[in-house]
Ligand binder design. Sequence first.
Ligand code: COA
Length: 260
Amino acid sequence: MNFENILFEENNNIGYITINRPKKLNALNKATIEELNEAFESAREDHDIKVIILSGSGEKAFVAGADISEFAEFSQKEGRRLAAEGQEKLFDVVANFPKPVIAAINGFALGGGLELAMAAHFRIASNKAKMGLPEVSLGVIPGYGGTQRLPQLVGKGRAMEMIMTAGMIDAQQALDYQLVNHVTAPEDLIPLAEKIAGKIMNNSMVAISAAIRAVNANYEVGVNGFEVEIDGFGSSFGTEDFKEGTSAFLNKRKADFPGK
Ligand code: COA
């Protein structure tokens, strides 16, 4: 697959998806969103890929937001479509991805960049990272899920303050806010993501997919997450992974999950 704006590779069962427009601080233009969509759809089908690490190339930015130069002249209708299409093609895809997606925030994660990191299942950050939703400083509001996911992660009051001030927080504050799970030196960021991915991959990926669905159900309006959990729990009993996991435990050996 040939991409111009992202890098996509697989190694040791990890899919590395890296936004690669460092001269524009990895800003998300339309083409980049299309390519990210293609990469995620391809990773969905690729049985060698079990976990995704999502990051930005260069030392400065994860993603410094949606590409402002692309939407500066938009009408209301075009603005609405930009948000709706972006959410459908990328942000919802990432949030509901059946394989774990870890955002490794290596620098600025602003606007659409923080929204992309928040769509991931969890986040780790370099101590150089800076995060914020600066949209109101441009006269717009966050349009890729930021008004919904930031309050879910940091609480309503903190989210309101971050959105209203359009300010940035550093990695330590993001850790205090529980916006990121870990903070590392820049050179340790991808190794830490790989270490966590390794721990995840010891487990049943089928069960993990069902757990992602059940956890996400808590945030869907009109969906009873407890029901989704009961369904997922019941379905697990029909999988080969369940037979392997329980028999390995009872026979005091390490499970070797077939992933089915
Ligand atoms: N959209 C389009 N281009 C962007 C961009 C964005 N969101 N963020 C950065 N860039 C571009 C800059 O225009 C500049 O391009 P140029 O070299 O062709 O002029 C290049 O990336 C480098 O950015 P620059 O602003 O020179 O770097 P800096 O170190 O001085 O500042 C930031 C870094 C992140 C503080 C600053 O780039 C910024 O505020 N970006 C916009 C953040 C934002 O509002 N995002 C939300 C969008 S909804």
